[in-house]
Design a protein around this ligand. Structure first.
Ligand code: ADP
Ligand code: ADP
Ligand code: MG
Length: 666
């Protein structure tokens, strides 16, 4: 019996495990790094222990510290979540040696599936179909290049020990092979401590379809249907859904039997996912993830089972809570991963404070989050903020609920992929279930957000919020003065013998907009800007949202202030405006072209240009390695390289100016 469980993880998955463990009456023990001392998981757990500095290798990956906490706290079991130690066979063995239950498969199964190369060899022998490729041990670059030639371009190079899309390179022509191989090996070494790669045929428009399996220690193995995770960027999942749209019952049955065969072949126990790459009804084994998957909530939504509860029961030696005949799928569910990342800049991870965060709720909507407003998204970990899952009686209903849930989501302080999620969810091809792994790249123009000028509604709402804010301050001031009813204490703009007028100035990107406001009566205004005239009424509601009427049409909005930055949330859109001092000069528009800064703390890998070079927009200027991934610094416009501040090998801080590009003709 498990009475207490230690969660060797952080963020949303730590919170997720705590919820179920608590429901089952277990004591919950969290561990946290210095970066996470005030995190939601720490607050939720019955007790939480510090395990070291922010970098994962000094905290969440430290077997010794986690086992010491297990001992000190008397934990019966350790749930590793996903990532970190979840697929670490040595850790599973260390738990066993310390007399603590590792909630996961036997170390032997983790090992058998841990290498993409070795697991493919194993699956080949078990008769599971594979993508044509080379999975051997010989890593001679000439041999790998010859294998790529044999397989036929395009090919995909993958880190054998890989995960999270790291160390993965598509190579379209033989001439690029050597450079891409070197890059993949570097990333593989940096991320997994193992440069080994495999090479396989790169399928052009495949789908990622995976099968959830579960096994107990009594010899039962079941599947809990498939998930389609085809909507990806950088070979990593963004949308996941079940059932896979348009997947035939015959293909489902065939995949389920291949997946349970794979699990059986390695003596599997617990939750596992067998990932396949599919084309039509044909599918090929890709890898097995020997852990709970990030996207498990969609399976929970359609089956009604709690997979963490299943994991805990199986780990305690119980039988699976249901046999295959009792596992049914009802309706459809879609999950999205809300990431702190900039889709407009190559999906670059973002870090910083979540100044404002509102997550959706409602019928059929589930949110798994590990953060609250005010928390910091750290550079040290995965930039996922939350998962939003919508269930419906069919895919159409699930999608409609998802669209509404996304429109109700508000984040300020950090750039997120929310606009991309909204655009994909609204895309007609997605609605039609026509998904493949190239979807986001193919529809980049439609789904990667362009910077759009602020609309009239956003400008009006920002102005109204500023005025109401001033009025509220004036009321506060008035209440503090001897004569609170004096007309001089009001900020309504009404002045005896003077026109009731105020002026406001905002910056929207590079554009400066002046808004004039005439007070027509209590809470009634006439706004003029950009040659437009608009009548508005507004009131601040107790929950901090704005109730407004713009030219007669009523709407609800929220305007969040951070210093001079105002974020207007309205109709599912967030617009950022900077409030400028009306009397100060206009600033901000000049000099924005050429200062190229490092997106994150990192190291310069290569400098591709020299001072004086004329470069075209989009050309790679520098390559910076950050968070173990290589990021290309691209020319934002045509220009001339005026100066270069760093050389290959230099360490750079976030925001460090890397080079200056001058516009052509200056
Ligand atoms: P899933 O396969 O469950 O859908 P991902 O592949 O995105 O999800 O990985 C789950 C999480 O674990 C992500 O946060 C990812 O960054 C992290 N992760 C994946 N593989 C590894 C690994 N080998 N080492 C450390 N973290 C990993
Ligand atoms: P990871 O460990 O990072 O999850 P996977 O082997 O599961 O690595 O692959 C991640 C993603 O890369 C897949 O979901 C798929 O989109 C893409 N991918 C993998 N193999 C191929 C292939 N042979 N052809 C095309 N795309 C592939
Ligand atoms: Mg995978």
């Amino acid at each position: 019996m498990i009475r207490s469980v230690l969660i060797a993880n952080r963020g949303e998955i730590a919170c997720r495990v705590i919820r179920t463990a608590r429901r089952l009456g277990m004591r919950t023990i969290a561990v946290f790094s210095e970066a996470d001392r005030d995190s939601l998981a720490v607050a939720m757990a019955d007790v939480a222990y510090p395990i070291g500095p922010a970098p994962a290798r000094d905290s969440y990956l430290r077997h010794d510290r986690i086992l010491a906490v297990a001992k000190a706290s008397g934990a019966d079991a350790i749930h590793p979540g996903y990532g970190f130690l979840s697929e670490n066979a040595e850790f599973a063995e260390a738990c066993a040696a310390a007399g603590v239950i590792f909630i996961g498969p036997p170390a032997s199964a983790i090992r058998a599936m841990g290498s993409k190369s070795a697991s493919k060899q194993l699956m080949e022998r078990a008769g599971v179909p594979l993508v044509p490729g080379y999975h051997g041990d010989d890593q001679d670059p000439a041999l790998l290049a010859a294998e790529a030639e044999r397989i036929g371009y395009p090919v995909l190079i993958k880190a054998s020990a890989g995960g999270g899309g790291k160390g993965m390179r598509v190579v379209t022509a033989p001439a690029e092979f050597a450079e891409q191989l070197a890059g993949a090996q570097r990333e593989a070494q940096a991320s997994f401590g193992d440069p080994k790669v495999l090479v396989e045929k790169y399928l052009q428009r495949p789908r990622h379809i995976e099968m959830q399996v579960f096994a107990d220690t009594h010899g039962s193995i079941v599947h809990l249907f498939e998930r389609d995770c085809s909507i990806q960027r950088r070979h990593q999942k963004v949308f996941e859904e079940a059932p896979a749209p348009g997947f035939s019952a015959a293909a489902r049955a065939a995949m389920a039997s291949a997946a349970t065969d794979a699990a059986r072949a390695v003596g599997y126990v617990g939750a596992g996912t067998v990932e396949f790459i599919a084309e039509g009804d044909a599918f090929y084994f890709m890898e097995m993830n020997t852990r709970l998957q990030v996207e498990h909530p969609v399976t929970e939504a359609i089956t009604g089972f709690d997979l963490v509860e299943w994991q805990l029961r199986v780990a305690a030696g119980e039988r699976l809570p249901a046999d295959q005949s009792a596992i049914h799928a009802t309706g459809a569910a879609i999950e999205v991963r809300l990431y702190a990342e900039d889709a407009g800049r190559g999906f670059l991870p973002q870090s910083g404070r979540l100044d404002h965060l509102v997550l959706p709720e409602g019928e059929g909507v589930r949110v798994d989050a590990g953060v609250r407003a005010g928390d910091v998204v750290s550079i040290h970990y995965d930039p996922m903020i939350a998962k939003i899952i919508a269930w419906g009686a069919d895919r159409g209903e699930a999608l409609q609920r998802l669209v509404r849930a996304l429109d109700a989501t508000e984040v300020a302080g950090l750039t997120t992929n929310l606009p991309l999620l909204q655009a994909v969810a609204r895309h007609p091809e997605f609605a039609a279930g026509k998904v493949d792994t190239g979807f986001i790249a193919r529809h980049a123009d439609a789904v990667v957000p362009q910077v759009e000028p602020a609309g009239p509604a956003a400008l009006a709402l920002a102005t109204l919020a500023v005025i109401l804010e001033e009025q509220a301050e004036a009321v506060g001031r008035a209440q503090a003065t001897p004569d609170p009813w004096s007309p001089w204490s009001l900020a309504t703009g009404f002045r005896i013998n003077r026109p009731a007028l105020t002026d406001h100035r905002f910056r929207d990107g590079d554009r400066v907009i002046d808004v004039g406001c005439r007070f027509l009566g209590p809470a009634r205004f006439q706004l003029t800007f950009d040659g437009l005239e608009l009548e508005a009424e507004a009131a601040m509601l107790p929950d901090g949202s704005l109730s407004a009427r713009l030219d007669g049409v009523h709407c609800r909005a929220r305007v969040v202030r951070m210093g001079e930055r105002l974020t207007v949330f309205q109709a599912g859109r967030a617009t950022v405006l900077v409030e400028l001092d009306r009397l100060a000069g206009v600033t901000g528009a000049e000099g924005v072209v050429g200062r190229l800064t490092s997106p994150m703390p990192g190291r310069v890998l290569a400098v591709r240009v020299a001072v004086g070079d004329t470069v075209a927009k989009g050309v790679t200027l520098m390559v910076v390695e950050a968070m173990k991934m290589e990021h290309a610094i691209l020319a934002p416009a045509d220009g001339v390289v005026a100066s270069i501040a760093y050389a290959a090998g230099d360490t750079v801080q976030e925001g460090a100016e890397l080079l200056v590009l001058e516009p052509l003709g200056t």
